[in-house]
Design a binder for this molecule. Structure first.
Ligand code: SF4
Length: 213
């Protein structure tokens, strides 16, 4: 099998697995850019189930950036305490909403690089938002995506560089509808290719995996 065939096979098998095994999260059905961006901040350094628990109440209370901008920060901290790091997270939400409300009239700036002016917003949040919200073919990874890419495609035992992960994602992501592959990898990393004791015996791509070989 040549190199490109491996990427095609992994892509198709993971997307097929995802059809039957996807996790059901409300933010994956949203087209609201405000909600998609804020959700990426809520999802940082916590588990998705915690975000799911507060999602509906949070967006009922905070319907737009203006609502966060006007909120008392102690109330905001209390409303997201379930996620942990509530002081830091509330400050990021406040700073972002203040910037968007006062400098961009409540609209997310076209240039998403500007989001990184906010302390606490780095490549992952801005690139994930660009992908899930704006349909841009961006590259980003968390621990689940990194582990999957490393195990399947990279030389085992070598130090993993961010550039290597980005290069593999570029080869693996389809030309369109790439967000589904990101969601598929996130769910696959949670359910099958977990950090300890990956379920390789249930894995549809074990024959392609360098970790398994
Ligand atoms: Fe992960 Fe095991 Fe599948 Fe490799 S074979 S991708 S380590 S679950």
């Amino acid at each position: 099998m040549d190199g490109e065939d491996k990427y095609t096979l992994v892509r198709e098998n993971i997307l097929n697995w995802y059809k039957d095994n996807k996790r059901d999260y409300p933010w994956r059905k949203s087209n609201n850019l405000y909600q998609i961006l804020i959700t990426e901040i809520l999802l940082q350094k916590t588990i998705a189930l915690n975000v799911k628990k507060i999602y509906n109440d949070f967006f009922a209370n905070y319907i737009d950036f203006k609502a966060i901008y006007n909120a008392d920060i102690t109330n905001l901290q209390s409303d997201i305490k379930e996620l942990g790091l509530s002081n830091k997270r509330a400050q990021i939400l406040k700073d972002l909403s203040t910037m968007i409300q006062t400098e961009y009239n409540g609209e997310i700036p076209q240039n998403i690089e500007l989001l990184k002016k906010i302390n606490g917003i780095a490549d992952y949040v801005s690139n994930a938002f660009a992908c899930f919200g704006l349909n841009h073919r961006t590259f980003f990874f968390d621990v689940n995506i990194k582990r999957f890419i490393y195990r399947v495609f990279l030389s085992q035992g070598e130090k993993v560089k961010a550039e290597s992960i980005y290069a593999e994602l570029d080869r693996l992501l389809p030309k369109t509808n790439f967000k589904y592959l990101y969601w598929a990898i996130l769910d696959f990393g949670n359910k099958i290719c977990s950090k300890s004791k990956p379920k390789c015996e249930l894995c549809p791509i074990f024959e392609e995996c360098l970790y398994y070989m």
